[in-house]
Design a protein around this ligand. Structure first.
Ligand SMILES: [Zn+2]
Ligand SMILES: [Zn+2]
Ligand SMILES: [Zn+2]
Ligand SMILES: [Zn+2]
Length: 220
């Protein structure tokens, strides 16, 4: 499980890379020449604060704000019903969403919370400056962890759902579609998704349009 959890796709070339090996991969394969019209960006690593099994690498222009990052994180990982969110420096001092990324020193770690009730907490590392060809969208997704695999607690097939009732009782919460249909808490099913907010509140991942695709049809 451990090795599966630390691997992901490079979105620039499709290679499967380890989380710890991505920076080397990126600098050896994807650091282009310095073109005059390139955008000056910062390279970010975003992880769930708890287990760090969900992770992203992305770059954003230094002129972007934390608000833009907030919007992206909601799309790919978090948004269920418009909860509040905030960024914090180490030690818990809040840092405003209008803050531009060039105000945040290289090497900084920020924490981010979505939903102050059933909170999902993320950890954002400001790695180093990079430059990229001009593009319209502020956030360029560079890498993302492979979807984690969960087995159905009843039949052992790949799970489709997480039962929040079982989860709340600290019982094994994953079930396939067939077994979920006859499960005693059928109404509490949330989909298995590639997000640290899986199984929380009403999270279904419907705004996540960032699943890796190499352009070919999927099997099955
Ligand atoms: Zn690559
Ligand atoms: Zn919600
Ligand atoms: Zn099953
Ligand atoms: Zn259940």
């Amino acid at each position: 499980m451990e090795s599966q959890m630390t691997k992901g796709h490079c979105y620039l070339c499709g290679a499967i890379v380890a989380k710890s090996g991505f920076l080397k991969h990126f600098s050896s394969r994807h650091s282009g020449g310095e073109e005059a019209e390139n955008q000056k960006c910062v390279l970010l690593k975003v992880e769930d604060a708890e287990d760090k099994v969900y992770w992203l690498y992305l770059d954003m222009p230094l002129t972007s704000t934390l608000k833009t990052l907030d919007t992206f994180l909601r799309e790919i990982w978090l948004e269920c019903c418009g909860h509040m969110s905030a960024f914090y420096q180490r030690g818990g001092v809040e840092i405003g969403k209008s803050t531009k990324l060039d105000r945040i020193p290289t090497g900084s770690v920020l924490f981010y919370e979505y939903d102050f009730g059933s909170t999902t907490e993320l950890r954002i590392t400001f790695l180093h400056p990079v430059s990229r060809p001009k593009q319209r969208k502020a956030v360029r997704l560079l890498a993302r962890n492979l979807p984690l695999l969960f087995e159905c607690g009843q039949c052992g097939e790949a799970a489709d759902y997480v039962c929040c009732e079982c989860d709340a009782m600290e019982e094994y919460p994953f079930f396939c579609e067939k077994c979920m249909a006859s499960h005693e808490h059928e109404g509490c099913a949330l989909p298995v998704v590639n997000s640290p907010r899986m199984g929380v509140c009403a999270y279904c991942g419907e705004y996540d349009v960032y699943e890796y695709s190499d352009g070919t049809e999927k099997e099955g």
